[in-house]
Design a protein around this ligand. Structure first.
Ligand code: GRG
Length: 292
């Protein structure tokens, strides 16, 4: 299973695209590297590699989209941890950005990472696919990260604190907050192979949708059941913040069952493709079996 290879690969690529810590403004650059390197499961990068390999994309062109989704993800975590949001002090086993640095630096780190993601996707020096594919990648990531995706989901999440949601509302929230970036990772991988036909894209989008929901359900379950040493971040946070979660909406056992159903539906979607999707199947397993 090539997961470790993908992790090493995206880590090396991130090291190349991030600004050097000894170039000015050094504190910003150091903090951008602090939150982006040497941590995280890299599931979104793996989805770029897995989807790309399914459509026979050249593995060299997958590195930059993999970096771009991980940079957006890292930015979202930095902002999510700020006092104005979840107010957390631990992430990936180390102090969050605003604790290690300060609030202003953490806000600017998030801003800098977000800009860098689009810069490397758009730049022919970094991203060597044809210009129309670069443009579509910028569009897909922008839409996923913004008001219609991750940021919109985050707003719904904050608005739901202290109240209960229906399952449909919870799914809609997480299709944005967590799912949109996961879906964009898969789409960017497919675009690296030069593929835009619905017969290829639609089953992979269906796979991504199911994986995104499963990922969030397991995240909610781990927040209830796991501990700080295993997760590298505090557990029990959702309860403290009175978040609407899958366990609070469905209960733990029904949440587990829903995650298993999403996993099964993700695999059904892959069967519609005449392609080698073994990496995407392995990622689906990883998403539901993960312990952290
Ligand atoms: C402040 C402009 C502005 C925007 C904020 C912060 C934000 C927009 C959105 C946050 C969305 C968010 C934090 C989603 C989190 C989803 C989630 C389950 C994250 C954990 O992902 P993992 O487990 O993390 O893949 P690692 O550390 O393994 O990479």
């Amino acid at each position: 299973m090539p997961f470790r290879g993908f992790k090493l690969r995206v880590e090396a690529a991130l090291d190349r695209v991030l600004p050097a810590a000894d170039s000015g403004p050094g504190r910003l650059h150091e903090a951008m590297r602090y939150v982006s390197l040497d941590g995280g499961k890299r599931i979104r990068a793996m989805l770029v590699y897995g989807a790309g390999q399914a459509v026979d994309a050249n593995s060299d062109v997958l590195d930059i989209p993999a970096c771009a989704v991980e940079l957006i993800h890292a930015y979202s975590l930095v902002h999510d941890d700020l006092p104005a949001m979840d107010n957390d002090t631990l992430r990936r086993g180390k102090p969050t950005c605003h604790i290690a640095y300060d609030d202003a630096t953490a806000i600017l780190v998030g801003d800098g990472l977000q800009s860098l993601a689009f810069e490397i996707l758009a730049s022919p020096a970094f991203n060597t696919v044809p210009v129309e594919l670069r443009l579509q990648m910028v569009f897909e990531l922008g839409r996923a990260a913004g008001h219609a995706g991750m940021v919109g989901g985050q707003v719904r999440d904050i608005a739901a604190e202290g109240s209960s949601l229906t399952l449909e509302q919870l799914n809609a929230l997480h299709r944005g907050k967590t799912g949109a970036l996961i879906r964009a990772a898969v789409v960017l991988g497919v675009l690296c192979g030069g593929r835009r036909d619905p017969d290829t894209l639609n089953p992979l989008k269906q796979y991504a949708e199911q994986i995104g929901l499963a990922f969030q359900i397991i995240d909610d379950i781990l927040d209830e059941e796991s501990d700080v040493d295993t997760l590298g971040k505090h557990s029990g946070v959702d309860r403290v913040l009175s978040k609407a979660t899958y366990p609070s909406t469905l209960g733990l056992e029904a949440s587990r069952q829903m995650a298993r159903r999403c996993h099964a539906q993700a695999l059904v979607a892959l069967e519609k493709l005449d392609a080698d999707t073994h990496i995407l199947r392995d990622i689906a397993d990883l998403v539901v079996d993960r312990q952290f």
